[in-house]
Design a protein around this ligand. Structure first.
Ligand code: SAM
Length: 362
């Protein structure tokens, strides 16, 4: 559910695995279209759905839920051997997230529709996903996360004065291209330069639906974070940190929570939270180990991240819970469990905060 910082200052050099090879024409077209800001550059997941359903049995048969059909073979990240499923850099997790969205998109009962995800994930993204202990589990969770985040974002844009979205650790997210957005909305995508270049290469021919910009930054560097707040400006900002915080050092999470409104104009913050209790209850602990090598040595668990956020004055104003808001997934769960015995729901406290939150400052 949570996706997999690394002490990222040292690993950025290893990013060439993310090389894209766009046509020159495509790159030029894309550059004309976007404003570029460059700064230095055991149970199962769905248990308790609707009060007692469980996915475990469905997950057991899940190998068939991760088909290869539909993912283009002619991918630009083919500098890696096709079956290379290792996660070597934290940006590799963005490929994996895109692979989840690609498979969701081609499935009739997928939770998110992202027509660009297959292109962006490529063979390597799919290989990374397949190499995880429970790829189906990851895909289901990431699909739900994307859907919840889409909903909370659209609600906030409809009801609040938000002029700029700051998508921090944007990876291969394609909301500026796939969502109906106010054309005058500024949308700043922030990530390491390698993953941004890779994405721009593959998205160059696609017109965004808002004023999409990009900013290369290592979030662990204060000067680069300050450049990010300056780029966002003084108008009301909504910050998204989707699938990011679990990788970062504790000090960076603390800094984001403090600086977002002191140094920047972030009034709304959408982030996903997955508690250790939830991960354990759904049998996802081994899957999360796959990401350890690209997590900071002092990364925080979901409940600790929430403590940091709350201690710095942020309160949840809207939320989607992976435990109580999953009714939409019932038909899919029923299909996955067809003919299998239903295990007991896992022991998750009903008030577990796992899910996607929109925070505002008190
Ligand atoms: C799991 S991916 C999530 C991507 C995207 N938000 C999504 O949900 O698909 C995590 C992203 O955070 C970025 N990231 C991690 N640590 C970072 C850092 N210190 N500075 C900038 N970006 C970072 C990675 O490069 C990667 O793109």
């Amino acid at each position: 559910m949570s996706m997999a910082g690394t002490p990222s200052t040292t690993v950025n050099a290893r990013l060439p695995t993310l090389r894209a090879r766009p046509s020159r024409h495509a790159v030029v077209a894309g550059l004309e279209r976007r404003r570029v800001i460059e700064n230095p550059d055991r149970r199962s997941f769905g248990a308790q759905v609707g009060g007692g359903d469980c996915l475990q049995a469905g997950l057991a048969s899940a190998a068939n839920l991760v088909p290869s059909a539909g993912i283009p073979q002619d991918m630009d990240n083919r500098t890696m051997p096709p079956a290379h499923g290792e996660i070597n850099h934290v940006s590799d997790t963005a490929l994996m997230a895109a692979a989840c969205r690609a498979l969701e998109t081609e499935s009739d009962d997928g939770f998110v529709h992202d027509p660009f995800a297959a292109r962006l994930a490529g063979e390597r993204g799919l290989a990374i996903l397949r190499a995880l202990p429970h790829p189906d589990f990851m895909r289901f969770g990431l699909g739900a996360r994307s859907r919840f985040l889409d909903e909370l974002l659209q609600e906030a844009l409809a009801s609040e004065r938000i002029l700029t979205v700051l998508s921090v650790g944007c990876g291969l997210d394609t909301r500026p291209w796939r969502l109906e957005l106010p054309p005058e909305l500024r949308w700043i995508e922030v990530d390491f330069p390698g993953i941004l270049d890779y994405k721009d290469g593959l998205m160059a021919g696609e017109p965004p639906r808002c004023l999409r910009e990009r900013l290369s930054a290592d979030l662990n560097d204060r000067e680069q974070r300050l450049a990010m707040y300056r780029a966002a400006g003084r108008a009301p900002v909504l910050m998204i940190t989707e699938g990011l915080l679990m990788y970062l050092p504790a000090a960076t999470i603390e800094a984001l929570a403090v600086e977002a409104c002191q140094e920047g104009s972030v009034a709304h913050w959408i982030a996903d939270v997955t508690t250790s209790a939830f991960t354990k209850a759904i049998g996802g602990t081994d899957a999360m180990r796959s990401f350890q090598r690209v997590q900071a040595s002092d990364c925080l668990a979901g409940e600790q991240i929430l403590d940091v956020v709350r201690r710095n004055g942020w309160v949840t104003t809207a939320r989607r819970s992976y435990i109580t808001d999953m009714a939409f997934a019932r038909p899919r769960i029923e299909r996955m469990m067809a003919g299998r015995p239903r295990p007991e729901p896992p022991p998750i406290a009903p008030d577990d905060p796992t899910g996607v939150h929109r925070f505002v400052r008190k």
